[in-house]
Design a protein around this ligand. Structure first.
Ligand code: FAD
Length: 341
């Protein structure tokens, strides 16, 4: 069989990192990324990009932990290299604070981040409305920089990128041997997945270079994540809302909530408002499927539905998707050699 031709649909963090893992694990493959939007116009561009896992109720915890550890190790190595600033990856220390002590004082990812420990009484004095907290160091992506860095690496290995909306995965069967579906919330329409729903998130990106530590309220709704260029202030989680229009009332509410955690933000400048739709599902859809029409088969690997935690687990799920692509190639090679007999 000639070099297998693989199309990856989607150019968010999941599509680009999956394409990269496929190139790394199958250098003989010819990989093409097809997407109707590229950076800076994807959901991944809107994200805060902090590595703090979200829990997928339909995925075993040990699997989620493995995805997170692989992603953390990959980005930690970048943060510790000469590429760090171009890739937009850096370490950031801070606090997750709770108004009431949570049931689980040790989250499943506590030993995957760095220096996880309960906050001291003295540290908690910074947060008079909170009675419990966790201090740790994690990684943060400057999302548009990271996406451009991934695109650059892909182009350097010869990966082609085309702007095109795919209306049906089957339309790719005449040109490609394998299709990888990384369409994020777009998969709702593309493959009619009714289990996939949007969770709208509105955030503010502000200029406040004196804020150096992250602060996250344990309820997950209010957060302050300093990045290389801007500080991301969040947020909202609006299930089943498809609106991409910023809401001015929500902007004020987010700003006030963040200022109550970090009063110095009252001096923040150049406030930009962004909205994104988290591609949410009980579990990430990471599986093979064979499409077939009139006796012709098209192997598909799905990798979408990362919800609120796509950056936190992207490398782990991309590796697994690349492994599934390897299985599809082995199956194709098996059937083509059987056909020759
Ligand atoms: P996307 O980035 O949406 O990419 C999907 C791609 O598919 C796009 O390029 C799109 O154009 C393309 N596409 C879709 N349909 C088609 C089609 N029919 N034909 C061709 N192309 C198509 N996660 C974290 O881990 N940490 C955070 O701090 C964090 N903060 C967030 C804050 C907000 C406000 C939001 C909204 C999300 C946040 N997330 C965070 C979640 C994270 O953004 C997502 O999980 C992640 O971006 C999903 O990536 P994706 O590549 O699957 O989707």
């Amino acid at each position: 069989m000639a070099a297998p031709k693989v199309a990856v649909v989607g150019a968010g963090v999941v599509g680009l990192s999956t394409a990269l893992c496929i190139v790394e694990t199958c250098p003989s493959c010819s990989v093409t990324v097809i997407s109707d939007q590229f950076s800076p116009n994807t959901t991944s561009d809107v994200a805060a990009g902090i590595l703090i896992p979200h829990t997928y109720p339909g995925t075993p915890i040990h699997v989620q932990k493995q995805w997170f550890k692989e992603t953390f190790a990959y980005l930690f190595a970048i943060s510790n290299s000469a590429e760090a600033s171009e890739a937009g990856i850096h370490l950031v220390s801070g606090w997750q604070v709770f108004k009431n002590t949570p049931k689980e004082e040790l989250p499943f990812w506590s030993d995957a981040v760095l220096g996880f420990r309960p906050m001291s009484e003295a540290e908690l004095r910074k947060f008079p409305q909170h009675q419990f907290g966790q201090a740790f160091t994690t990684l943060k992506c400057d999302c548009p920089s990271y996406l451009l860095w991934l695109e650059k690496r892909l182009k350097a290995t010869g990966v082609q990128m085309y702007t095109r909306k795919v209306t049906d995965l089957w339309e790719l069967h005449s040109e490609y041997n394998i299709v990888v579906n990384c369409a994020g919330i777009g998969a709702h329409q593309l493959v009619g997945d009714q289990k996939l729903f949007p969770v709208r998130g509105q955030v503010l990106k502000v200029h406040a270079p004196w804020v150096k530590n992250f602060i996250r309220d344990g309820d997950g709704l209010t957060y302050i994540y300093p990045g290389i260029h801007r500080v991301t202030l969040g947020g909202t989680r609006e299930k089943e809302s498809w609106s991409l229009s910023p809401d001015p009332g929500t902007t004020k509410d987010i700003f006030d909530r963040c200022c109550s955690l970090e009063p110095s933000l009252r001096g923040a400048q150049d406030i930009k408002v962004k909205v994104g739709l988290r591609p949410s599902r009980r579990c990430v859809r990471l599986q093979r499927e064979d499409l077939s029409q009139g006796g012709v088969k098209l192997p598909v690997v799905h990798n979408y539905g990362h919800g609120a935690g796509g950056f936190s687990v992207h490398r782990g799920t991309a590796k697994e998707a690349a492994r599934l692509v390897g299985e599809c190639i082995a199956a194709l090679q098996g059937s083509s050699s059987r056909a020759k007999l």
